[in-house]
Design a protein around this ligand. Structure first.
Ligand code: NDP
Length: 319
């Protein structure tokens, strides 16, 4: 049984430190807004310093308390940038309670090797790098939330990796690396579909089947990693790590089609702020949520504006 706790029970204070990646715009900016508004000390990070600082200014203009917002640069693809952030957090606060991994890139079109590597390096390896750097700063009871996607649904894999990812007792980060290398070989050979890699374009009329293959594989890898690491973190450190999909949300990434960022950010904020668990009703970990519901890692629905749909092709036209 997953605890959803009492949503009204406010356990946090200004001494609760939350960090959001890719928070200069889109869903990340909304996440920072929601957390700072509720009074947590929120570290807004962005790869480009000037757009991050502008984002802070816009939140201050909305009336958010200056004391609740802190800026730090973070490019998740740069080991130096990630290390510098971890070092600064350690010296400034000594800990964080909430880490929201939101930063990500899309790659639309049948990917070539360069595009596939770019999207996987950012969405998977970049996020993994941030988690590894931050885990030593997370104390028992801390939460990690990955802003992931329905495109990371394991059932898009039509090869042996589908079953391998489901076998969480044997799956390791090195097997995920192996899967990625195999995918890259298929991209190079132009055999994405033939070798059973994600072809979610099949759900969208007129799109080439491989249209989102790189983005999809990056989120599949991320979801698989989150699921296995969540087990370990819960067992060894009492850290609660979950993933979510914001649904089709109007941001730069989606060409500003979709529901509001308020709806897109809601589930991540909800998971991050769930009240502490109890022995009878522990906090969830290793789950995948959409619209505050545990939807699993395979055969997920598509979420748009308060409703679930079966496939991307079922979304209302123009969304
Ligand atoms: P945006 O394009 O608006 O925001 C993406 C954010 O990630 C930006 O702040 C961007 O920075 C940042 N970013 C990209 N690369 C890096 C990097 N190397 N280091 C640090 N930050 C980086 O898109 P969304 O708000 O829509 O996306 C947020 C998350 O939501 C993503 O993980 C996405 O995959 C996920 N998502 C979005 C959906 C949607 O419909 N919008 C649906 C499902 C999932 P910069 O401004 O510098 O580019």
């Amino acid at each position: 049984m997953v605890s959803t706790g009492n949503p009204e029970r406010m356990w946090w204070s200004k001494d609760t430190i939350a960090l959001v990646t890719g928070a200069n715009k889109g869903i990340g900016l909304q996440l920072a807004r929601e957390l700072a508004r509720r009074g947590l000390t929120t570290i807004l990070t962005s790869r480009d310093e000037s757009s991050g600082r502008k984002a802070i200014e816009s939140l201050l203009e909305e009336g958010i308390d200056r004391e609740r917002l802190v800026y730090h640069q973070l490019d998740i693809t740069s080991p130096d940038s990630v290390d510098a952030l971890a070092d600064w957090v350690s010296r400034s606060y000594g800990r964080i309670e909430i880490l929201i991994n939101n930063a990500g890139v899309n790659s639309i079109g049948v990917p070539d090797l360069e595009q596939a590597k770019y999207v996987v390096e950012t969405n998977y390896y970049g996020t993994k790098r941030v988690i590894e750097a931050m885990v030593p700063l997370l104390k028992p009871g801390a939460r990690i939330v990955n802003v992931s996607s329905k495109v990371g649904d394991f059932s898009y894999l039509k090869n042996e990796w589908n079953a391998k990812l489901e076998d969480i007792a044997t799956l390791t980060p090195s097997s995920i690396d192996e899967m990625i290398q195999e995918f890259f070989r298929a991209v190079e050979a132009k055999e994405i579909k033939a070798r059973g890699w994600p072809c979610m374009g099949e759900e969208i009329p007129l799109a080439p089947p491989e249209i989102l293959a790189g983005y999809s594989l990056s989120k599949i890898a991320l979801n698989a990693y989150a699921r296995i690491i969540a087990e370990k973190l819960a067992r060894e450190k009492e850290i609660f790590f979950n993933s979510m999909c914001p649904g089709s949300t109007s941001t730069a990434m989606s060409g500003f089609k979709g529901h509001s960022v308020e709806i897109g950010a809601d589930t991540a904020v909800w998971i991050a702020l769930l009240p502490p668990g109890t022995p009878e009703e522990p906090l969830p970990h290793g789950r995948f949520f959409m619209d505050r519901k545990d939807v699993g890692f395979s055969q997920m629905p598509v979420f748009y504006d308060g409703q679930f749909y079966k496939t991307l092709g079922d979304l209302p036209k123009s969304k």
